[in-house]
Design a protein around this ligand. Structure first.
Ligand code: OXD
Length: 311
């Protein structure tokens, strides 16, 4: 019996290159691009990125859904996704190294004063700053999943003091790990550069708010590479304008694309990037998902998202 697999992107997104890449990697399966007017195909697996909810209403034989990204918050928000369907997400698949680059870019831009030198260049000014004192730039990484762990280790390798904050305690060489709500205030108070790598769940929504951000060390800097829903944007703007924080590198926003005229666009101490910190790489994603489908077909059980936890 042929294995039927449906591929669904967000409404209007052309997924034909994904269908072709999966078909080449798994000739024994039949891949169906989602069509909201199409027939029931009896799919056992779905490969998705922000799919229409109708997918789960029509394809009632699904056993597992593979998310073409690391964050599964869009799926968790769908009541139509039946509880028995396993949810799997991309694990690294070439995204960790991109996250490392993104965070190091923000950290080095702030700590090494590159914005300052850019302003000096415009004035033809030659005025070196003192050498960077890494001890003055403690970095705190919120979220120690596959991506957060790689980021924390890369920052530690450069000699910056690094702490991580996770739900539960663990050992991570070179990284001081804080765990749970009780240790969040201490983690924030020792951090100057705060890097957000958390999954978006009801527990983490709005966690980057005034009460938390104002605990950072003086000259605080935020790097948000996770989800816009973590940040209370008005609180960050107020803290920047009051001089209680120095700057922010933001890749994700409450509304995406960031609406025209939003205060982040023109803010002199905010750098905006269009949700590109770690992009899904097709070749890596196809290999990883194909391997997991074959493992499941062979009776194996690759890691699935804990639906109650949301990651
Ligand atoms: C992801 C993303 O979750 O791109 O992978 O945001």
């Amino acid at each position: 019996m042929t294995l039927e697999i449906v591929i669904a992107g967000s409404p209007g997104r052309d997924m034909s290159s994904w269908c072709a890449a999966f078909a080449a990697a798994m000739p024994q399966a039949r891949f169906h691009p989602w069509d909201d007017k199409g027939p029931y195909v009896g799919a056992r697996y779905a490969i998705v990125w922000k799919p229409p909810a109708a997918l789960f209403e029509r394809e009632t034989g699904l056993q597992a859904v593979f998310n073409l990204g690391a964050g599964i918050d869009a799926l968790m928000d769908m009541p139509q996704l039946p509880p028995h369907v396993a949810v799997l997400r991309l694990e690294d698949a070439g995204m960790a190294v991109q996250m490392v680059e993104y965070v190091l870019y923000g950290l080095l831009r702030a700590a090494r004063g590159f914005d300052h030198y850019a302003a000096q260049q415009r004035q033809e000014l030659w005025a070196p700053l003192p050498a960077v004192d890494r001890a003055a730039w403690p970095v705190g990484v919120m979220g120690l999943g596959a991506l957060g762990t790689r980021v924390a280790q890369a920052v530690a390798a450069l000699g910056y003091p690094v702490a991580g904050w996770a739900r539960s305690a663990r050992e991570l060489p070179g990284v001081e790990v804080y765990a749970g709500d009780a240790q969040l205030p201490g983690f924030l108070a020792r951090s100057r550069v705060l890097v957000n790598m958390l999954p978006l769940t009801p527990q983490t929504e709005g966690i980057l708010n005034r009460a938390h951000l104002e605990r950072l060390r003086p000259g605080g800097y935020l790097i948000n590479a996770a989800r816009g829903g973590h940040l209370v944007e008005a609180d960050l703007l107020a803290l920047l304008d009051e001089g209680r924080m120095d700057g922010a590198l933001l890749d994700v926003f409450h509304d995406e694309p960031l609406p025209p005229g939003h205060p982040f666009w023109g803010h002199p101490r905010v750098i905006v990037t269009p949700h590109v910190a770690a992009m899904t790489l097709q070749a890596e994603a196809v290999v990883q998902i194909t391997d997991k489908i074959l493992a499941m077909e062979g009776g194996g059980s690759p890691a699935v998202v804990a639906r109650d936890r949301g990651y």
